[in-house]
Design a protein around this ligand. Structure first.
Ligand code: AMP
Ligand code: MG
Length: 420
């Protein structure tokens, strides 16, 4: 058996970042910039008001309250038609350009008006008050995002504000998923004797999509060398990587092994990893360097193995720098038993953040590697090193699969109330 790290050190270097492509910003959420973005204009583009109020000359308000003559108004989207001279003010709305001569805005709540022509500014406003300066968020010519940035909705907003329509990104890896095994049938219809429905393919396709990769369904292939060879060759021709499940352990009909050994020209490595679930793992490249992840057939093992090996490799292909889920430290809510067997156990578990900030961990259901239901209820994998496990109240590390799942089940952040 080899360690998880050793298996990964074989897998990851073969997963090379994909050739960058120009992509519409609106399609590129979650993709990684292959080239920096330099601002071609400033944000904000011009000095504008942060408040509804009156644009003034700060020095006219030093002896507040000050009576000023209202010489015009400017709304958001307009260009100012008048300047602010000595003893004058211009009514201004949030986002409207600051008129020439003005250097501050007094918010409307600190003013009084007797008629349309005059305003009393009740407080002193310093120069720059309530003024948004051009380029104070992003300066013209500045590198706003470096290569390697993963685009979030915030990035999309900044790029839109800059007028950027397309970006150079590593495209989403196109990942073909197939299931192997004579026992598998597609869902729908009754179940013939001895057959089971294919769950791995659907769950793996979902994992692929959840990770922001592009999923291609390559169907079910029986334990037949010729059929398998055709499926892998066709898959490699249209996909950046292939994920298969089943046929990688030591069973009788391990045609997958025979076929992949041939197609990979011997690069395929058949591993026994010291981890449970997910012990058998095959990895190599076919065609001209297309990575093939041969995941175990047992449903939980397939999904866990995807998390440990395929997802990080595919993220590397997507140009990501952070390849792994975060590891948090939690507290066992109950005894987390295991037996010593020379492997790291990944317990399907539920982690909940309690109001005091501790993360409480408990199993999410039955732990057999065929018991998929506990995977559905898990938002983390508790890492139980070889040994007897962790007693209730003990520290346990966990691989966080779903950060949203840590949150409370009822609405509300539990934040202290602010009063204005
Ligand atoms: P194998 O590694 O092919 O011997 O498969 C190990 C176990 O996983 C067997 O019980 C298979 O029936 C089961 N299995 C393999 N592929 C799938 C699949 N796509 N969906 C559900 N179970 C599967
Ligand atoms: Mg099989």
């Amino acid at each position: 058996m080899i360690s998880v790290e050793e298996a990964r050190s074989f897998v990851l270097p073969a997963c090379l970042p994909l050739t960058p492509r120009q992509m519409a910003v609106d399609e590129a959420l979650g993709c990684v910039l292959a080239r920096e973005v330099v601002a071609g204009e400033p944000i904000p583009p011009f000095a504008n008001s942060a408040m509804d109020g009156y644009a003034v000359r700060a020095r006219d308000t030093t002896a507040a309250p000050s009576l000023l003559a209202v010489v015009g108004s400017v709304m958001a989207g307009q260009s100012p038609r008048v300047a602010v001279g000595e003893g004058e003010a211009v009514r201004i709305m949030t986002g409207a350009p600051l008129p020439p001569g003005a250097d501050a805005v007094c918010m409307i709540e600190r003013t009084r008006t007797q008629d349309d022509a005059t305003v009393v500014v009740e407080v002193r406003v310093d120069a720059g008050t309530n003024v948004r300066h051009p380029g104070e968020d992003v300066a013209d010519g500045e590198e706003v995002f470096g290569a390697g940035s993963c685009l979030s909705p915030g990035h999309v907003g900044v790029l839109a504000a800059l007028g950027v329509e397309t970006v150079l990104v590593h495209h989403r890896p196109v990942v073909g998923v197939l299931s192997t095994g004579d026992e598998l049938v597609e869902r729908g219809g009754s179940l013939p004797p001895g057959k089971i429905r294919d769950s791995n393919r659907h769950a793996l396709l979902a994992q692929v999509r959840q990770s922001n990769f592009e999923a291609v369904d390559l169907g079910i292939v029986g334990d037949d060398a010729e059929e398998l060879a055709v499926a892998f060759e066709r898959g490699a021709a249209r996909c950046d990587a292939l994920v298969t499940s089943g046929g990688v352990s030591v069973g009788d009909l391990d045609m997958v092994k025979v076929v992949l050994d041939k197609l990979s020209a011997g690069t395929m490595r058949w591993m026994q990893v010291a981890v449970k679930p997910g012990k058998p793992l095959a990895f190599g490249t076919v065609a001209s360097g297309t990575p093939v992840f041969g995941l175990p057939g047992n449903p939980v093992a397939a999904l866990v193995s995807f998390e440990l090996f395929a997802r990080p490799g595919l993220r590397r292909m997507a140009g990501q720098r952070r390849l792994d889920r975060p590891v948090l430290s939690g507290v066992a809510e109950v005894d987390l038993h295991r037996r010593s067997d020379g492997t790291l156990h990944l317990m399907r578990a539920t982690a909940v953040s309690d109001p005091g900030g501790a993360v409480l961990v408990r199993p999410s259901g039955g732990q057999g590697s065929h018991m998929l239901r506990a995977m559905a209820g898990a938002n983390c994998l508790a890492l139980l090193p070889d040994g007897p496990g962790v007693p209730a109240g003990g520290r346990v590390e966990l691989l966080l699969l779903d950060a949203d799942g840590l949150g409370p089940e009822t609405a509300g952040f539990g934040l202290p109330e602010a009063r204005s």
